[in-house]
Design a protein around this ligand. Structure first.
Ligand SMILES: Cc1cc2nc3c(=O)[nH]c(=O)nc-3n(C[C@H](O)[C@H](O)[C@H](O)COP(=O)(O)OP(=O)(O)OC[C@H]3O[C@@H](n4cnc5c(N)ncnc54)[C@H](O)[C@@H]3O)c2cc1C
Length: 405
């Protein structure tokens, strides 16, 4: 019997296992898709924006040092604009006394660092490729059905942490009350090399079809996250590289010179998912399985990592005072702590999409005025930046850069 079974060894599940490593809890991580597979849904071609607060957590769980120096790129300035209109705002790291507003890290490099660490942790058993296909919750334990090489088996534990991502069968069968809808938009990602140095500047440009983000990454490249309407995606995925670059240049403009050398293209249909109350006796749902948000502000994994740092602290504190870690009182404590942040970030990203994908003239004027005002009002800017850096509210120990144990 394990203390905790984490279903899903993606970015959030693996981070939680690393965070809990210094405790005496016996943990199993069950992951369906081999970590190095081309089809691994978590460790793929994306380049993720990692907030300052998340870097602190990754540092405190000894994962940041495993990310190659060449793999993490500081974001020093963020330039936000409304394509073809007057609204624009600049956020600069020097104003906030930090060496960077955030970092970009390729998801695969982050995955490698997490897996390398998991391989060397004595209390942690990694079962991969193994799929969880069923769950029975009893009074004092949970029993999971797992499928490995077409053979069924059982795992029992005191607490199941469900970190299976957005679309998982087991997540659906858990029957939590969930709000979900599709945006009708798909993110097409790739990389390009600008003819000018990127100078660690990230760009977020709102366009009629959705936001276009350019994130500075290694070797003077930009990671592109181009949000397009669903019906435009086939064209963007299958046109020639030259065609794609020409359309991108037209949308983005020539701030960083000519865009060249297109990388691999991938598409991610976008949806919003929110589990109303992602805890119940013996179960906690975390990461994308609990809240999937639009990537407009690069907040999804950062939010999941804040789930991780909070849950690790609640579970460690409960266990070390002799409480049952699967008891409703313990998992409730976790959700009371997380609820505000999860709701705020969900509403914030969703309103950004609704406001900036709207061409109703009064709204256009209002949002452009808001962007200019943001540039002119240091306090408003500070409020927003502190939140997006993951440094606001009551922070758990790991998010303050302190050890868990
Ligand atoms: C285009 C795009 C860009 C993004 N950019 C950013 C960004 O810049 N910054 C940011 O913070 N976030 C970003 N995000 C969001 C971020 O990618 C997600 O929030 C993050 O990947 C969620 O991690 P997760 O571990 O919860 O889920 P996932 O990454 O989906 O991992 C779930 C894992 O669980 C496994 N699994 C599922 N079901 C089972 C089962 N039954 N048994 C065993 N294993 C199972 C899966 O194989 C998978 O490995 C972006 C998202 C997109 C789409």
């Amino acid at each position: 019997m394990f203390d905790i079974v984490i279903v899903g060894g993606g970015l959030v599940g693996a981070s939680l296992a690393c965070a809990l490593a210094p405790t005496n809890l016996r943990i199993a991580v069950v992951e369906a898709v081999p970590f190095k597979s081309q089809h691994q849904p978590s460790y793929d071609e994306r380049v993720l924006a990692i907030a300052q607060g998340s870097k602190r957590i990754l540092d405190a769980i000894s994962v940041w040092s495993e990310i190659g120096k060449a793999d993490a790129t500081p974001i020093k300035t963020i330039h936000i604009s409304d394509r073809g209109r007057f609204g624009a705002s600049h956020l600069r790291h020097t104003k906030y006394g930090v060496e960077a507003l955030g970092y970009t890290v390729p998801a695969r490099a982050l995955g490698n660092a997490l897996i390398q660490k998991l391989d060397h942790l004595p209390h942690i058993t990694v079962l991969c490729p193994v799929k969880v296909t069923g769950l029975d919750v009893e009074h004092d334990q949970a029993a999971l059905t797992i499928l490995q090489d077409s053979k069924q088996d059982k795992l029992t534990c005191r607490l199941v942490v469900f970190a299976g991502g957005t679309t998982t069968e087991i997540g659906g069968s858990l029957d939590f009350r969930t709000e979900s809808y599709k945006y009708g938009q798909t993110a097409v990602i790739s990389t390009v090399t600008p003819s000018f140095p990127h100078n660690n500047t990230a760009y977020e440009r709102f366009t009629e079809t959705g936001p276009l983000a350019m994130l500075p990454t290694r070797q003077n490249r930009y990671a592109v996250v181009w949000t397009a309407l669903d019906e435009q995606v086939e064209g963007l995925l299958h046109c020639s590289d030259d065609d794609f670059l020409e359309q991108l240049q037209y949308r983005f403009g020539d701030r960083v010179g000519a865009l060249q050398k297109l990388g691999i293209r991938r598409a991610y249909p976008l949806s919003f998912v929110k589990v109303e109350r992602p805890v119940r006796s013996r179960i906690v749902v975390v990461g994308n399985a609990a809240h999937t948000i639009h990537p407009v502000a690069g907040q999804g994994f950062n939010l999941g990592l804040r789930d991780v740092s909070t849950l690790a602290e609640v579970l460690y504190d409960a266990d070390s005072t002799g409480l049952d870690i699967g008891a409703i009182g313990v998992v409730d404590r976790y959700w009371k702590w997380r609820e505000r942040d999860v709701n705020r970030v969900g509403v914030f990203t969703d309103s950004l999409i609704r406001t900036f994908s709207n061409n109703f003239l009064p709204l256009v004027l209002l949002r452009d005025t808001a962007l200019v005002a943001l540039d002119l009002m240091p306090l408003a800017q500070q409020f927003l930046v502190k939140r997006t850096m993951g440094l606001a509210g009551k922070l758990p120990r790991l998010a303050r850069g302190m050890p868990l144990v």
